[in-house]
Design a protein around this ligand. Sequence first.
Ligand code: SF4
Length: 402
Amino acid sequence: MQLAQLPPLSLYVHIPWCLKKCPYCDFNSHERKGELPEREYVDALVADLEARLPQVYGRRLNTVFFGGGTPSLFSPESFDRLLVAIRTRVPVDPDAEITLEANPGTFEAGKFRGFRAAGINRLSLGVQSFDDSRLAAIGRVHGADEARRALDMALATFPTVNADIMYALPEQALEGALADVEEAIRRGAPHVSAYHLTLEPDTHFHRFPPPLPAEDVAADMQEGIEARLAAAGYQHYETSAFALPGHRARHNLNYWTFGDYLGLGAGAHGKISFRDRIVREVRERKPQGYLRAAAEGKAVWESREVAESELPFEFMLNALRLVEGFPATLFTERTGLALAAVEPALARGEAAGLLARDHARIAPTEKGRRFLNDLLEIFLEAQPPERRRRVISICSAGTARP
Ligand code: SF4
């Protein structure tokens, strides 16, 4: 493979602590016990970045995303220090989108203003629901009023805000799911991410499943949510993402268009392209282990070149999440492979009514969006069998989330 040009570069920074582990969460997040090693962790992130500088020499960051965990547990001073450290080591686009994930349970108005002053220009708030009993059912530490206050304050403080909403919650009725999205719209969130609650392996809910709505009710919720958001002028641009014009998540769009990202922090994944290869790396997952390893410049415990045979599926796993699909030329731009490499799979997707294309664009059909796994399966099958398990495990863990 040979890339004519390198893709845009983003930076993801993982902060792995939360007040309490939610019973459905399979992210690399750890319950806070006592004082957080905030200063040491920021030092470790900076050391981790320094060790990776040769990989991204001469490149510019277009977006930065502080995710977790609950990064808003850290102080505004820590983000200020981190952002200064990043800017002095890697050029950051003056117009870069800089996102912080926050939870209403860690909300303080003063802190939000401090985050903004540190340079954060987009807040992604884990609202999940505006119903106290549903929030309790999914083990969240915040209540509905806290979510309302935090969202209102975020909207008054940041140029753009995302509200995460979850649906198909335990014992949730259709009306409840729609009311949550309607409230996010009414309060003015310009971006909404609507996630179906799923029972992921190795979570408390997987071991002790709560009473969830029936599949057809969950499907009605999804349809109703999409309809409400569309009627309010939101563009549905990715499987779970809806935005008013001008408010799409640029950081996530870079993942979905198979851009590059440097990942810093415990368990963070990265994908970096060079002219002749694409490398994925994974960092030490446990916070204490990461602190030790990063201090020695050895935070990366796995780094491997993505095989050419894996690239088509990896690309499609991301790009086919986009409702409008992607320009046909993007496949070659990002993977260095000719589009002919996926021609049989594209033809199969088209014949199955899951994919539509013309000379300029390739996009999932509405059926393809509903049955995205079936569509992706076609590209997975196009790989050598020994690669299939490996690629699924790398990508499902490495695929970004808002
Ligand atoms: S707050 Fe978010 S990251 Fe933390 S445990 Fe809950 S779902 Fe996971």
